[in-house]
Design a protein around this ligand. Sequence first.
Ligand code: GAR
Length: 199
Amino acid sequence: MNFAVLASGRGSNLQAIIEAIKAGKIKADLKVVVSDKKDAYALEHARQAGIPDVFISPKDFQDRESFDRAVVERLREFNIDFVVLAGYMRLLSGYFIGQYPNKILNIHPSLLPDFKGAHAIKDAFEHSVAVTGVTVHIVVEEMDAGPIIKQESLPIEPHDTLESLEEKIHKLEHRIYPEVIDLFARGHVEIGNGKAIDL
Ligand code: GAR
């Protein structure tokens, strides 16, 4: 199975995925990394690993869908079977999702449906919830929604700072995302009735 990673930022999840592939823990091929941000460190991680990196500027397109059409066109060149979002901070259009139905994964740093959006760790910390966590789900048109494949929780301890919580969340993400990607690539995740079942 071939997949692509889409990332907008520092790419620590991408790097965890690259390492898991090297260690034989993900039995699928990462063919290309695409970013909507020219200076995303994720692109540097790809280059260092010898994986083709592609930057596509949203400024070159009139709207979300025409940008997504350009991304999908590039993905087609790499015969991608599924897509992994790793800190990709753009909402995918219906067009994009329709090209890869039930074949796009996302990771989000909270126990969805709590704390959707771009600041989930900070929001959970500021709400002083006792427990937060990480969710891996299938991407649908609605932001940070879609069938949940895996969730793992994490207590927020009284001595935690935002920084220590971020560190713990990222550590958890780097463990569970490669696990889910491998399960997915090997056909162990079935989607039906809005639910994802880990076979
Ligand atoms: C990760 O924490 C990921 O869960 C989050 O962005 C971060 C990217 O970090 N994604 C979202 O908030 C999606 N709504 P990374 O670039 O170091 O992998």
